[in-house]
Design a protein around this ligand. Sequence first.
Ligand SMILES: C[S@@+](CC[C@H](N)C(=O)[O-])C[C@H]1O[C@@H](n2cnc3c(N)ncnc32)[C@H](O)[C@@H]1O
Length: 191
Amino acid sequence: MKRRTPITQYCHERIRQLIKNPSLCIDATAGTGKDTVFLASLAGANGRVIAMDIQETAVEQTRNRLIKEHLSDRAEVVLDTHAHMDAYADEGSVSLIMFNLGYLPGGDHHLATKAETTIEALKKGLTLLCEGGMISLLIYSGGDSGFDEKEQVLQWLKELPDDQYTVLVEAFYNKPNHPPLPVYIIKNETV
Ligand SMILES: C[S@@+](CC[C@H](N)C(=O)[O-])C[C@H]1O[C@@H](n2cnc3c(N)ncnc32)[C@H](O)[C@@H]1O
């Protein structure tokens, strides 16, 4: 039997390819802290990460993972909704923002991300990005996540002006059972 491509590993590799030397990064959905640790290592010793989640348990898991990986000095973990991300960074100052949508693995499925708040946060995220900066999204659907958030986010993405943003939607096309959809929004540079 051959090994299947691990989805989050693929997405981390893709982000590495698309964004070089990020400085300020935001993890908009900290969860278990795996993406926060990835961002903290990508940002390097001079970079900084702000990680957000609405659940105490996610904040705790993320802080503990950062401690274990000796990366706590690069990241601030806050208990707050990503809809408030503009309170933590200045416009045009952020290199990379990650959203891993859905619910906390092993947690309450009712506390999953929701279309309305996600889109509000994405709009704020776009104003925070520097030119050449990027928002990555991993959109889960099906099962308890349903399809509403995915459909609304994709519709909103479709309407972003292409002179300002490049939107890449990738797909694990032959994976069964509604695989998560990776999306990358790059803020175009002024010529
Ligand atoms: C799929 S998990 C994230 C996985 C995570 N990135 C990791 O590495 O483990 C989604 C997370 O989004 C969080 N979340 C839901 N709504 C949120 C909101 N409005 N603001 C910030 N986080 C939210 C959930 O609590 C959950 O922990």
